[in-house]
Design a protein around this ligand. Structure first.
Ligand code: PMV
Length: 336
């Protein structure tokens, strides 16, 4: 540990963080090294999708351990969390034992890296007695995964771009808490398999090869402005239309990369068409998708059952998960 940091506590510390869905998407980095996003984003934290992470510093041994969903994680994943732990605890720290559990499929476009790094940041904050505020934790979480910066907060959050490349100005903040507006998100699970092209690789390839990349960057501030006004007015149609358009733009952009990046499966298309059909019949439902094949449907509580029923009947859909606005990252070892 660096001399200016307190020694890590011996007792295990457990934190929970929830996944979030970007209503206005982040895709592209302005610095790969510091993981600085090229565009801002606005998200909704989801109660139903969560990661629980326990951190324990060890008094002996020389390597870090990561247990992910009950199994020892692979070298690459251990290296990622070791690097992240160094970032927060300093590189002279003792080895750490981290146990993390997702209540949903890992790495399949359900934002497990967002909830994962937000939970880890929150747990390390306590385990190392750092006492950092949520803004600083969001700066740290961002370095694990861009979208994790937003999972520090409950409800609706905005990821801001810093005015320079130091990284200190690139963090999320809460726009409204989880009690502000009871909208719902239904996740049509199309595939439980981890995606073949991770978001970092996908973003880099897109930035390098898509002829539309600059247009994507230029159109982003307007999208952020508009979704913030839809939120302020609780205008569901506006929120839905903007969210769906942002997701389609992001996927169109990825498809326009060379070689093309296509996250969709047959069940993705079936779900999109089903939701569009329901909307034609007057049901307020809009789709969004991240770097994976799952289709997420933004709707209002009273329309959930009919949409769920329609999605469940599709041959390409294996499960439908319903989520409400969820809380920010928190410890479960004390009464914080
Ligand atoms: O947090 P990352 O680096 O896995 O990137 C996430 C990117 C998207 O989920 C596709 C969009 C977003 O803003 O969450």
């Amino acid at each position: 540990m660096p001399s200016d940091q307190p020694a890590p506590v011996k007792d295990p510390v457990t934190a929970v963080a929830h996944a979030n869905i970007a209503l206005i998407k982040y895709w592209g980095k302005r610095s790969a090294e510091k993981n600085l996003p090229a565009v801002g984003s606005v998200s909704l934290t989801l109660d139903a999708l969560k990661t629980e992470t326990t951190v324990r510093f060890l008094s002996d041994g020389d390597k870090d351990h990561l247990i992910l969903d009950g199994r020892s994680a692979g070298t690459e994943q251990v290296q990622k969390v070791s690097k992240f732990t160094d970032l927060m605890a300093g590189s002279n720290r003792p080895p750490v034992f981290i146990e993390s559990h997702n209540n949903f499929p890992t790495g399949a476009g359900l934002a497990s890296s967002a909830s994962g790094f937000a939970a880890l940041a929150k747990a390390l904050n306590k385990a190392c007695s750092l006492d950092l505020d949520d803004q600083t934790l969001s700066v740290f979480a961002r370095q694990g995964s861009g979208s994790a910066a937003r999972s520090i907060f409950g409800g609706f959050a905005e990821m801001k771009l810093g005015s320079d490349n130091s990284g200190d100005g690139d963090y999320a903040h809460q726009l409204y808490d989880e009690n502000y507006w009871d909208i719902r998100l239904l996740v049509a699970v199309v595939s439980q398999a981890p995606k073949k092209i991770g978001s970092t690789e996908g973003m880099n390839r897109t930035a390098k090869t898509s002829p539309f990349y600059n247009a994507w960057i230029e159109s982003s501030p307007n999208d952020i402005r508009n979704i913030k006004s839809a939120l302020a007015e609780r205008d569901f149609q506006k929120l839905g239309e903007l969210s769906e358009h942002s997701a389609m733009k992001m996927h169109g952009l990825a498809i326009s990369a060379h070689p093309s990046i296509l996250y969709w499966q047959a069940g993705t298309m079936e779900s999109i068409r089903k939701v569009w059909g329901l909307r034609k019949r007057g049901i307020p439902a809009y789709i969004t998708m991240d770097a994976g094949s799952q289709v997420k449907v933004i709707t209002l509580p009273e329309h959930c059952s009919i949409i769920k029923e329609a999605l469940t009947e599709l041959p390409g859909v294996t499960d439908v998960i319903e989520a409400k606005p969820g809380p920010g990252a928190h410890l479960i070892t004390d009464t914080e």
